[in-house]
Design a protein around this ligand. Structure first.
Ligand SMILES: [Fe+2]
Length: 332
């Protein structure tokens, strides 16, 4: 592996009173022993009433942290009710771990307070940046993948984990371009991140498929190369195929090719918490849940390594963003 740290920068702020390598070991241990709560759904305001009334047998819910950290009133009340009945995971979209801005302590403080309130199984965000100069674009932008950015990001992950006093889980993004300055494959970059910080990984299988098509890499090789012990969760989702590129729309059913990759990832990880993302054209709760439950059919399936991109679909162009509902605009 790369040895990117010559010094133990940041150890003066360690809340656990341990050296960086000791903490890395503690975090890795926590990550590798997190429970598998089963099959989960994203908590969407459209489904609040249904969930409260019917108490569906969903294993767990993933909540977009930003949709609740600034909101009181009914959304927070509903969240607190559900926290008593279901396992929750907090999924963020504004940490901006790849940015060159200073870490936003106001944001992290709110994140920590929300976690204290709802007691999530873990907190996740993305390998991305969302803006600079205090601007939040509300988009998950790709990072340059090289040794300089790896060091920069690992230092920031250490600082975030110190602040939150827990390991954080990072998701592979869907991307539409690569940078000339990148010298490390994304799967290696993610592995180095886990080795240097003890963080966990959220493997978005659909993102691997989307990015692989857009950037011309083999999604099977990507998944095979990841550090499987560090993967605590998977995402599956639908996307829109536009001919020579794919957009990660989260607005339709999961395609067969992504289910095939899910089978591979399930077998390599030994099975981890899995969540179906659906952020636009959100169906009724029962239809959403039934699409998720299809995952059961693919857990023990024989992996079919013939990954062939599905037919092109130019209709119903859409772009989704899960932060579009409920959240007050976040100003730093
Ligand atoms: Fe995702």
């Amino acid at each position: 592996m790369l040895k990117i740290f010559a010094t133990e920068k940041g150890t003066s702020s360690i809340s656990l009173n341990k050296t960086m390598s000791e903490k890395r070991g503690v975090y890795q241990d926590i990550i590798e022993n997190l429970p598998n709560p089963g099959l989960g759904l994203g908590l969407r305001s459209k489904h609040f009433n249904y969930i409260l009334e019917h108490k569906p047998s969903v294993d767990w819910f993933e909540v977009i942290s930003e949709n609740f950290m600034d909101s009181g009133g009914r959304p927070r009340h509903v969240l607190n009710q559900l926290a008593e009945q279901y396992a929750l995971v907090m999924h963020g979209v504004s940490l901006s771990i790849g940015s060159t801005d200073l870490l936003n302590i106001t944001y992290l403080t709110k994140l920590k307070m929300l976690a204290k309130e709802v007691n999530p199984l873990w907190i996740s965000d993305h390998l991305c940046w969302t803006g600079v100069n205090s601007l939040n674009t509300h988009d998950l932008l790709p990072v340059v993948l090289n040794e300089e950015s790896l060091k920069h990001i690992c230092i920031r992950i250490n600082e975030v984990q110190d602040f939150l006093e827990r390991p954080v889980v990072f998701e592979n993004p869907s991307t539409y371009l690569t940078f000339r300055q990148s010298t490390i494959n994304e799967w290696d970059f993610l592995r180095y991140m886990t080795e240097e910080t003890g963080c966990g990984l959220l493997l978005d299988v659909n993102n691997v498929y989307v990015s692989g098509f857009n950037n011309d890499f083999d999604p099977i090789h990507y998944i095979e190369q990841l550090p499987h012990k560090s993967i605590v969760q998977m995402h599956i989702a639908g996307h829109q195929h536009c001919g020579n590129y794919i957009i990660d729309t989260h607005d339709r059913n999961v395609v067969q090719e992504v289910w095939k990759l899910f089978t591979l990832a399930w077998q390599l990880t030994g099975g981890v918490a899995t969540l179906l993302e659906w952020d636009s054209n959100i169906p009724d709760f029962e239809d959403y849940h039934s699409e998720l439950l299809k995952a059961r059919n693919y857990m023990s399936a024989i992996f079919d390594q013939h990954i062939i991109p599905e037919k092109q679909d130019y209709k119903h162009a859409a772009v989704s963003n899960p932060v579009n509902f409920l959240v007050n605009d976040i100003k730093w």
